[in-house]
Design a protein around this ligand. Structure first.
Ligand SMILES: *Cc1c(COP(=O)(O)O)cnc(C)c1O
Length: 392
């Protein structure tokens, strides 16, 4: 389909006639699907005729969600999971076995880092995690041999940016499958498959869902790879529930509107905080001061709804400022229509010690700020009154 992102957000996947001519995709809350003709049943079970057998494998509501996100990522195929972590671990376990080698960066999402450090090595997978800022070192690690190159951009919580086109080229030269976690950007801002990646993964829990009320994950990309990951999921069973798929489908109808507003709010807030005397530093790819702003400007249409900043006065200042915010949930989530804030010490990097966080360049004075869709003047006034407690 040659439609734009707004049209795809609203319509993609909704081409089948629905139950009793309902205009909305029904929640098909049925475990299995009945057949009067045994030969037809066998034919569907063998995949020769379209249809559904058992909802751990496929389900009509889930199928519409998969088709919608595949369309937005301009992917051949997609398969959905119960959570973002289920999608990421399903992808890595489907593609990697004993003796294989995966190259990634040190700043992946905390749960992903745990897979790399704790679970994949147990399966005999060689894991090499490289400094996120060092593209030359990533290329050198890939050139040593690489089955999967796993990337994330922008990263959590310091909003580092990877040059996806450059690294996908390096990955393919080594024969690797290139996977990108596109959760922070969303397909509205960045389309990794068009930059050369083979697979894109999402925590649908975040911006795709956008209302902090449903968990989900999805993998999109080349059909043959998605088929392998689907097969892993149908057997291992981390299937998304049809009701969650319905909530996510409903949310994606406004994805383009929400993300455009979140991009604008985050950029305005980042610029304001950069000039604020209580703030030491602001991390946001849309700022000219960001070390990889040029790469971000080339590969992203908008810079996303998440920024982070460090407050003068360390963790004590964070402890004093955050509860004063009236227009933000203090919670371990992001991407919702409401603004959400949290320090990495309690959210993305809760499993690490202060020293480990410092070694990763995450100061204790850092706050992750996920801009919602509120009026930006109100969000700025709220931040300013909260920051009044800081010695400036
Ligand atoms: C939240 C998140 C995940 C994990 O998603 P869940 O739905 O919580 O399992 C993975 N990657 C990124 C970048 C995230 O922000």
């Amino acid at each position: 389909m040659g439609y734009g992102d707004g049209t795809l957000s609203v319509w993609a996947g909704e081409n089948e006639p629905t139950w009793e001519r309902a205009t909305q995709v029904p929640i098909v809350q049925s475990v299995s699907f009945g057949y009067e003709d045994v030969d037809e049943w066998i034919s569907v079970a063998l995949g020769e005729t379209p249809g559904h057998i058992y909802s751990r494998n496929t389900n009509p509501t889930v199928a519409v969600f998969e088709e919608r996100i595949a369309s937005l990522e301009r992917a051949e195929a997609a398969t959905a999971f119960a959570t973002g972590m289920a999608a990421i671990s399903g992808t890595l376990h489907a593609l990697l076995g004993p003796g294989d080698r995966v190259v990634s960066v040190k700043d992946t999402y905390g749960g992903t880092t745990k897979l790399f450090l704790e679970f994949l090595p147990r399966n005999g997978v060689d894991v090499d995690l490289i400094d996120t800022d060092d593209h030359d070192a990533i290329e050198a690690a890939v050139a040593k041999g690489c089955d999967v190159l796993y990337l994330e951009s922008p990263t959590n919580p310091t909003l580092k940016v990877l040059d996806l086109e450059r690294l996908a080229t390096a990955g393919h030269a080594a024969g690797a499958v290139v996977v990108v976690d596109n959760t922070f950007a969303t397909p509205i801002n960045q389309r990794p498959l068009e930059l050369g990646a083979d697979l894109v993964v999402h925590s649908a829990t975040k911006f795709l869902g956008g209302h902090a009320d449903a968990l989900g994950g999805i993998v999109c990309g080349i059909q043959e790879l998605v088929d392998r990951i689907y097969h892993y999921r149908e057997i291992n069973g981390a299937t998304i529930d049809p009701f969650a798929a319905y909530l996510l489908l409903r949310s994606v109808k406004t994805l383009h509107l929400r993300v455009e507003r979140q991009n604008a709010n985050a950029l305005t807030i980042a610029r304001h905080l950069e000039e604020h005397p209580a703030i030491e530093g602001v991390f946001y790819p849309g700022l000219e001061s960001h070390p990889h702003h040029d790469i971000a400007a080339r590969q992203m249409k908008g810079f996303g709804g998440v920024l982070s900043f460090s407050i003068r006065g360390g963790f004590d200042a964070v402890r004093a400022v955050l509860p004063r915010l009236e227009l933000a949930h203090l919670a371990a989530n992001l991407g919702a229509v409401e603004t959400i804030v949290g320090p990495p010490a309690t959210t993305s990097h809760v499993e690490m010690t202060a020293d480990e966080r410092a070694a990763m360049g995450i100061p204790e004075s850092l706050v992750r700020y996920s801009a919602g869709v509120e009026d930006v003047e109100d969000l700025i006034a709220d931040l300013d009154q909260a920051l009044d407690v800081v010695d400036q």
